[in-house]
Design a protein around this ligand. Structure first.
Ligand SMILES: Cc1cc2nc3c(=O)[nH]c(=O)nc-3n(C[C@H](O)[C@H](O)[C@H](O)COP(=O)(O)OP(=O)(O)OC[C@H]3O[C@@H](n4cnc5c(N)ncnc54)[C@H](O)[C@@H]3O)c2cc1C
Length: 403
């Protein structure tokens, strides 16, 4: 008898789950439904080439030919509820029975309270969002980005490159405050000014009205577009009452094999958290690499093979003409080493976090992709390093292993 995998969410994780199922030998039906009315596409170019107007269709592709894989894709179809007891997914166009259901509904942009529907206010999560913002840059309209996180920095890069006056307003005292400590982000502050963007840190936005933003100190900044880039949260509201366990952050609380509770239900990508044995805690990772690699585990599980998803998290960002990459997860007690001196004018540099015993926990590289590649492998393997050699930017990281 033919069995049926239904995948809810046609983003990176959903599409690659379908591809992995075929690659690992699933021969029965696969249905992939997605709320958006587009062919599946890749999100990283949205805040880069799409905003700049230089993206080609190839840039946006996910590299998977769904037709050739015999996957039924239902665009513009939204999952509305789940009835695991009946093995039925309800959608806005009727029920879909399943043998296995993969929840891959990703995340949605967090908005500032009270700004929904304010003219000229934007978020940047979808292709439609990027296409709404692009004309402002094309006409060199002014932009205020709320939040100096990854999205704010990349959008400011695109706006500045397009010739739009751009101001980034950040409530925290430094940029990328949610991800990295000031010791490594302080040199990044200069990148904004160098590109012609104004950066205001330690300044909270208290109001967004059509055409302007108001700060807590009463400052009012005019803007043709206000981009709210203050984070994302799992798109799991539709699962309320389904019996699928949700963590406090709204993610599906999956297990190590990415099973989501009820029999035959799985969860992967930005919508799912998982217990990491590597880090001894539950992780919710909103980065591309996690959504690409999780599907391997889900497909293996559906095919009855034991697998666990426990990656060293990795992400990259392209901002202000620099390639920024981070792999691992640093802890408060880790020792920070710099390779190169950004304060002394080095354009390319990296940072490494080591436990007191020399084991690397994370690496950050700015235009030093080799440091990232080698550091990532050392983090994955837990190879202890000699701190003196690791801090010497002329020594390849792989040659800095403790003897
Ligand atoms: C602008 C932008 C730039 C980024 N740049 C980088 C980068 O440079 N580096 C990096 O590492 N990461 C980057 N990321 C993060 C990365 O793109 C995400 O981690 C990745 O897209 C997650 O994939 P996903 O499939 O889990 O979720 P998504 O890509 O969000 O896909 C989920 C899909 O499910 C659909 N959906 C939601 N609810 C339902 C429903 N109820 N029914 C049906 N369908 C539904 C959504 O419409 C969406 O199409 C970026 C993200 C954004 C938004």
């Amino acid at each position: 008898m033919k069995r049926h995998v239904v995948i809810a969410g046609a983003g990176l994780a959903g599409v690659h789950t379908a591809a992995q199922l075929r690659e690992q030998g699933w021969q029965d039906a696969i249905t992939l439904l997605g709320a958006e009315d587009h062919a599946p596409y890749d999100r990283p170019p949205l805040s880069k080439a799409v905003l700049l107007g230089t993206a080609t269709p190839a840039d946006l592709g996910l590299g998977v030919d769904l037709d050739a894989l015999g996957v039924t894709h239902l665009p513009g179809r939204t999952a509305t509820a789940l009835r695991p007891g009946d093995r039925v997914l309800d959608t806005d166009a009727g029920p879909l029975p399943y043998d296995h259901l993969v929840i891959a509904t990703g995340a949605m942009a967090v908005t500032l309270p009270g700004t929904g529907g304010t003219p000229g206010t934007h978020v940047l999560r979808t292709l439609d969002d990027a296409r709404r913002l692009r004309p402002v840059l094309e006409s060199r309209g002014s932009v205020v980005a709320v939040g100096a996180g990854w999205i704010g920095a990349e959008a400011a890069t695109a706006a500045a490159a397009a010739g739009s006056p751009v101001t980034v307003v950040e409530a925290a005292p430094h940029v990328l405050a949610g991800a990295l400590p000031p010791a490594v982000t302080e040199p990044m502050r200069a990148w904004y000014a160098e590109a012609g963007a104004t950066l205001l840190t330690g300044r909270a936005v208290t109001g967004v009205r059509a055409g302007e933003v108001e700060l807590a100190d009463g400052t009012v900044i005019g803007a043709d577009a206000v981009l709210v880039g203050i984070g994302s949260r799992p798109a799991t509201g539709w699962l309320a009452g389904s019996g699928v366990p949700l963590a406090a952050d709204g993610s599906v609380a999956a297990d190590a094999a990415l099973r989501a509770g009820p029999p035959g239900v799985w969860a992967v990508g930005d919508c799912a958290s998982f217990p990491s044995a590597r880090y001894g805690r539950r992780l919710l990772v909103h980065h591309w690499d996690n959504a690409l690699t999780g599907p391997r585990t889900v497909a293996a599980g559906i095919l009855g093979r034991a697998a666990a998803h426990d990656p060293v998290p990795y992400f990259w960002s392209e901002q202000f003409g620099r390639y920024v990459q981070y792999a691992g997860r640093h802890g408060d007690g880790d020792v920070l080493l710099r390779r190169g001196d950004p304060d002394g004018g080095d354009r390319a540099w990296s940072a490494l976090w080591l436990r007191p015993d020399g084991t690397p926990t994370a690496v950050l590289a700015v235009d030093r992709p080799r440091d990232l590649a080698q550091g990532r492998r050392l983090v994955e393997r837990g190879t202890p390093l000699d701190p003196d050699r690791a801090a010497d930017p002329a020594t390849p990281l792989k040659a800095a292993a403790a003897r």
